[in-house]
Design a protein around this ligand. Structure first.
Ligand SMILES: [Zn+2]
Length: 266
């Protein structure tokens, strides 16, 4: 295709995207999401492949079984069925991430802060909530509006370039090993609250979320890992918000237990 016809095609794609651009987050917030989910998945899959090339994965059987057990319990109760790939990365920072296309990454450093299955479930559910709530789509869409014409899927799969670094940042992972970027305040709060629903539905005790964020605050001694770094919400705000929401999700947790969803991980 000539440059001109590529531009025309991109404009057409842009126009088509704008028609379907308004979605609603799981908590009822109006969102601008320009990209079809298939395209977001492509980007997520490419980013995850890149991450696996750059960062060693753990070969510890026990650790892999434990993390997979927690992640599976959560993804198995999601309304939309898909296979999720879970990888444990040998990385000291207390972090995790999830990407469109069904990808979950957990750093070994997180396992020192998340002391039990319910605390680990808090983080995994928070990350999966970012994906289900289309938060990367929102961020990539905003950037797309600023740089119309960028062929994002190709950028994601291609050689390291500043554009690729920027795109990975928007998806929530940095191209530098172990650097995860925070979402905005609204998205973080949404992931916290929707994450509680997801963990409760899977049979993990949502009350463990408070202990997890306290551990995170303590371990970091003021140096929170970047994904959780956002000064907003602060730890106190975050914990207050969680405490406000927990009573609402306890019935789901009780129902999960009655339905036999009682994960025994680790
Ligand atoms: Zn987050």
């Amino acid at each position: 295709m000539s440059r001109k016809s590529i531009q025309t095609a991109l404009l057409a794609i842009g126009a088509a995207a704008v028609v379907v651009a308004c979605t609603t987050s799981p908590l009822g917030r109006k969102q601008l999401t320009l990209f079809p989910s298939a395209e977001m998945s492509q980007m997520g899959v490419a980013a995850f492949a890149s991450m696996k090339k750059q960062t060693p994965t753990s070969s510890d059987r026990g650790v892999n079984n434990y993390v997979n057990c927690v992640a599976y319990a959560i993804t198995n109760t999601l309304p939309e069925r898909q296979d999720w790939e879970v990888q444990v990365f040998e990385e000291d920072s207390a972090n995790a991430f999830a990407l469109p296309g069904g990808k979950i990454g957990v750093h070994t450093g997180l396992l020192k802060v998340a002391k039990n299955q319910d605390q680990l479930a808090t983080v995994v559910a928070h990350e999966v909530a970012h994906v289900l709530a289309n938060h990367s789509n929102e961020r990539v869409s905003q950037s797309y509006l600023a740089n119309a014409g960028l062929q994002l899927a190709q950028v994601a799969a291609g050689d390291p370039t500043p554009a690729k670094q920027q795109l990975f940042g928007l998806l929530g992972i940095g191209t530098q090993v172990g650097i995860l970027l925070p979402f905005g305040r609204t998205q973080e709060s949404e992931a916290d609250l929707y994450g509680l629903d997801l963990m409760a539905r899977a049979g993990f005790d949502p009350r463990a979320s408070v202990a997890l964020w306290r551990n995170m605050a303590q371990e970091s001694g003021g140096n929170q890992p970047p994904e959780f770094l956002s000064t907003h919400p602060s730890h106190d705000t975050r914990i207050n918000d969680l405490n406000g929401r927990i009573p609402q999700v306890m019935p789901e947790y009780e129902a999960a237990k009655r339905a036999g969803r009682r994960p025994q991980c680790g």
